[in-house]
Design a protein around this ligand. Structure first.
Ligand code: ZN
Length: 398
């Protein structure tokens, strides 16, 4: 994926949003058709059947006919892929697309290669039914068979050309690194480096809190509520950008410097779950405290550190050079003598071995254990089969 910031004029913005609306409408219609299936009905129409329905709908409704056929057909194609992914077990069930949240559409084929470089910093792309839209040339535009135009919650437009970049070659030094992911230190390396994922500053956090209180007092559907929501979305977009930037830079750096990268085999989604409610045995229907608020805080910490993102990107960039290690006891075992006891962990940050007296940063000690660790075989070794005609896709990792 090669993404550029798109700068449409207000008129073009309206046209782009119209295309997004068509794509969303067609997707939601396809989802409705798929989920309304019952045993007594015939087989659910697949992609070709739905395309025929789309042709009929376009003939019947002028507003749908006014939009681009490519955009609407690609929404059906996307949905078809989503259903296939769901049945293959790699993805969740397709969900409804919502205005303001899932804004985007795809252009394929010859139309996708209509872009012109204007000068050193700007280029323009010809979007069907919209016209030439300028985008910032932040990198070289790759040779791509399709692109996707999206609008995020903060109202920023992007164009992304679909290419899978080649993986980063190994340095060939034979060096191995262990990465321990944590909440206070985002990633500790076995070399002793402590890396922190940037977050919102204190002032930004205070502003976020203030805005959230404002939002709670706004009347639903009011203009003020819309403005406050946009301001909150902007802050969230900022922190997401920082996290992504950190993840990309860190993963590239690790892939360039080390031959083999070992990480703990954490299941971030399962880790960041809400705790189970604890039923009170004395009073039926009532519940005991289950430390839900504390867990919510920890979950926020886990998600704020971009653990999943870092490893996902590492697996793309250093393909075949990432090993997953069982995380059990890596934080309690001494990396020098191998003595394993919970007393070794003096505090959250300090590790002191009760057997040999080895003293180190607790996260670095864990990272050294991971670097020396035994590899757990990957859960999925055979790749999911894809048609040779399809766009290049990144390997799906469960
Ligand atoms: Zn020791």
């Amino acid at each position: 994926m090669s993404r550029f910031r798109l700068y449409p004029t207000p008129a073009q913005q309206a046209a782009l949003l119209g295309q997004c609306l068509h794509a969303r409408y067609v997707w939601n219609l396809a989802l409705e058709q798929w989920s309304m299936w019952t045993r007594d009905k015939g087989p659910t129409p697949g992609f070709p059947g739905q395309c025929r329905h789309l042709t009929e709908a376009r003939a019947a409704f002028g507003w749908l006919r006014a939009g681009s056929q490519t955009v609407q057909q690609q929404a059906l194609r996307d949905f078809d892929q989503a259903v296939k992914n769901f049945y293959a077990g790699t993805h969740q069930r397709p969900t409804w697309r919502k205005a303001g949240r899932h804004e985007g559409f795809r252009i394929v084929g010859g139309q996708a290669s209509r872009w012109v470089k204007l000068n050193r910093k700007w280029a323009k792309v010809n979007v069907p039914k919209v016209g030439w839209v300028r985008f910032r040339l932040s990198q070289a535009v790759p040779e791509a068979k399709s692109y996707r135009i999206t609008c995020d919650r903060a109202g920023r437009w992007h164009v992304a050309f679909a290419v899978v970049p080649p993986p980063i070659p190994a340095p060939g030094t034979g060096e191995v690194v262990g990465v321990d992911r944590g909440v206070t230190v985002s990633a500790a390396l076995s070399t002793g480096e402590l890396l922190t994922c940037p977050r919102l500053s204190g002032r930004e956090q205070a502003r976020l809190k203030h805005l959230q209180r404002c939002l709670a007092r706004c009347r639903p559907g009011s203009n003020r509520r819309g403005r406050v929501k946009a301001a909150i979305a902007k802050l969230y977009a900022r922190v997401t950008d920082r996290r992504k930037d950190w993840g990309e830079k860190t993963s590239t750096d690790l892939a360039r410097r080390f031959d083999l990268i070992r990480v703990e085999d954490l299941r971030v989604k399962q880790l960041a779950r809400r705790p189970k409610p604890k039923a009170d045995p004395q009073r039926p229907g009532a519940y005991l405290p289950n430390r839900r608020r504390q867990k919510a805080g920890l979950n926020r910490g886990i998600l704020a550190n971009g653990w999943g993102l870092l490893v996902a990107r590492l697996e793309h960039k250093a393909a075949g050079r990432v090993e997953k290690v069982k995380p059990a006891y890596t934080s309690q075992t001494c990396s020098v003598c191998g003595h394993c006891a919970s007393e070794n962990r003096e505090s959250q940050a300090v590790f002191r071995c009760v057997a040999c007296g080895h003293h180190a940063n607790a996260d670095v000690n864990a990272a050294v254990n991971i670097a020396a660790g035994r590899a757990v075989s990957a859960r999925r070794e055979t790749p999911v089969r894809v048609s040779s005609k399809r766009e290049p896709q990144l390997a799906t990792s469960a």
